[in-house]
Design a protein. Sequence first.
Length: 328
Amino acid sequence: MTGLPMTLGCWDYDRVQPLMDGRVRPDGIDLRFLNMIVEETFFRMAKFREFDVSEMSMSSFVVSHFKEDRPFVAIPVFPSRFFRHSCIYVNADAGIHEPKDLIGKRFGCPEYQMTAPVWIRGILSDHYGVPVDGPTYVTGGEETPNRKEKINITLPDNFKLERIGPEDTLAQMLADGSIDAFHTARKPSTYDGVRVKRLFPDYVQTEKAYWRETGIFPIMHVIAIRREVYEQNRWVAMNLFKAFKEAQNLCYAGLKETAALKGMLPWFNAHVEEAFDLMGDDFWSYGVEKNRAPLDVFLRYHHEQGLSPRKLEVDEMFVPETYEEFVI
């Protein structure tokens, strides 16, 4: 018997590779894994709803939740997490030496509603006293002109948002000083440590201190299912959730292997040991309860930054089947 055919748009992370190569197969589902970089996956899913299941920007998912048709549902699987202090770049001549210097500056980002900038703006506000409406936000393509928001947004009047010109890119504008700073997911091509610098040069120590203070490993992406796919076969949500967890457990086991290096970094095993020692055995946890705190913080940031008309509650985010599991 064949399973229910489903397409999954996702990048080939180590924690999902068993789904990609077939070592893990969701029960009752014939899964076709479409390996794409995140920008392509997000664009095609948010704009055209091309896939049955997809990795999705958490911010885009929350924005979509407030659309009239609410096109997606989500399961609490988080294929991407990322500490983002490393992702704030400044022009060396802009006079930005500490976070508060960003107030009143022109602060670029590819899309205002991107998840990474939502976290960055929230952290700057909560921990460094930079009001979320303090800078002027300048949006557009990072390396290629004419990038637009994947999902239309409307912001309150206190937020200052500008579009760059049709031939401009934010990476080049940062280098030539047309914008003062830049927050993003990808390191800009013009970063050289001289003209374009990081706001937090010693970002690893800064991010570890943030973890020790908050216990938050920021969540970037969720797994979204087209609503009609879920409503026609509600069982797929839990079966996908179980499969993603099984794939991740294989990844965890590989990280703990010491006979040979599972990754190409020379001190891979030392980094693994440090991560487990600092953050615990399930530092990349799935499920709602283990992630309630970071999810709640993100949803607050999302509302404070004008992206959601009210603060969405954590218990509104995910399909109900994934909140409880059977016991014997």
